[in-house]
Design a protein around this ligand. Structure first.
Ligand code: ATP
Length: 237
């Protein structure tokens, strides 16, 4: 198995810090169709609890592992911008929307790694997403590019982790957030987060049924959804 691939750093103090340079960045990828408080609360808690310099919410362009989003890329981006307005430390990263072809996370992390040098990079994943990792393109390469931080999500336990993923977890699990700062990538941290049983699927279903999703997502996002008449009809079979 090839070792980590990190570009040479221009940071002259990096050697004194064990080769790790810069400040740690978190990435929360998703379709955000629409963004909701489950995403936002997790992003803010990880910013503070892990001591990250920033968390980037990274909307997926063309999801390779699921059906296309209901809202357009422009609409999902607009909802994210509304949700993050005025919150220091949280921002949108548009790179998957600007890239053509399927949005493979391995390509996204490689491009972030090229940008960040040897700074610690943390891929934040809900436990549902983590369990599905073996379906992702070149998934075994992800820990070479970033740490994986697995956020507990209500309804998704890690009692039955698929075998190849369980092996990776056993080999690379770390027990303390501080370890994320000691190297650029390679650790897997299981991290509690305030449990919020909110999903975009349930929000879309509520709207399609004529019910209000208010208090599950920011008011500015709900206003935008109403103005654009998003999710009003159930998806065609
Ligand atoms: P959908 O219901 O359409 O699948 P979703 O609510 O799961 O959407 P995504 O945009 O697919 O939202 O999720 C992006 C990331 O955020 C994933 O890693 C997912 O596990 C995580 N996530 C989403 N909702 C929560 C939540 N309530 N608590 C913790 N993590 C969450």
């Amino acid at each position: 198995m090839p070792g980590p691939v990190f570009p040479a750093t221009a940071d002259p103090l990096a050697a004194q810090r064990g080769g790790v340079s810069g400040v740690a960045v978190g990435i929360l990828g998703g379709t955000f169709d629409p963004v909701h408080f489950g995403h936002l609360r997790a992003a803010l808690e990880m910013l503070e609890v892990l001591g990250l310099a920033e968390v980037r919410l990274l909307p997926c362009g063309q999801p390779p592992h699921r059906e296309p989003p209901r809202a357009s890329a422009t609409e999902r981006l607009a909802m994210l911008e509304l949700a993050l307005a005025g919150q220091p430390g949280l921002r949108v990263d548009r790179r998957e929307l600007e890239r053509s072809g399927p949005s493979y996370m391995v390509d996204t992390l490689a491009s972030l790694r090229a940008e960040l040098g040897t700074a610690p990079l943390c891929l934040l994943l809900g436990s549902d997403a983590f369990l599905g990792l073996p379906q992702w393109h070149r998934w075994r390469e992800l820990p070479r590019l970033a740490h994986l931080v697995v956020l507990h999500r209500p309804g998704w336990t890690l009692d039955a982790v698929p075998a190849p993923l369980a092996e990776m977890l056993a080999a690379q699990r770390i027990s303390a957030a501080a370890e994320l700062m000691r190297r650029p990538a390679g650790g897997i941290l299981l991290q509690p987060v305030t449990p919020l049983d909110i999903s975009a699927t349930a929000i879309r279903a509520q709207i399609a049924a004529g019910r209000s999703p208010r208090y599950l997502l920011p008011d500015a996002v709900w206003d935008y959804i109403r103005r654009r008449n998003l999710y009003a009809a159930a998806p065609a079979e």
